[in-house]
Design a protein around this ligand. Sequence first.
Ligand code: INI
Length: 160
Amino acid sequence: MAEVIQGGVTAGVGWRFAVAVSRFHEEVTGRLLEGCLDALGRHGVDASLVRVAWVPGAFELPLVAKRLASTGLYRAVICLGAVIRGETGHYEMVASEAARGIGAAARETGVPCIFGVLTTETEEQALDRSGGPSGHKGADAAVTAIEMASLLQRIFEDRP
Ligand code: INI
């Protein structure tokens, strides 16, 4: 019978997490941060073990995520941002660079870097997904971070 390994959603004692959050569209990202910190606490993370780094925009998230991950201090780095099409022409570039760079930061460091970046057509849709009727991307990102940290821990411990 195959044995299944999966991550849990309760943080281990002493687990540290970092959050990189974008100031662009701060009305939305502030809500993402609030939901993220709340969910980390509800899933067993001690608030004093969480570091928050503000960055100017989502484009800057990958570099800061990689720097935080490279310290080796954190079980995961949670990246929060809001890229809203609105009238900006370079929406696509900002969104795809953020996604590509955050993924690369995770693979290059071996530390989960979680993509908690909303990409929406309007600010209203972004607000709906940051604690409104369409859920909470910040809280979801926090739970994903804990699950990934737990999964990597269990893979590490699963020695024959
Ligand atoms: N940054 C965002 O986080 N969201 C956006 O919607 C956005 N748009 O659309 O322009 C945005 N642009 C700024 C970008 O992230 C960088 O901060 C800027 O280009 C400087 O490098």
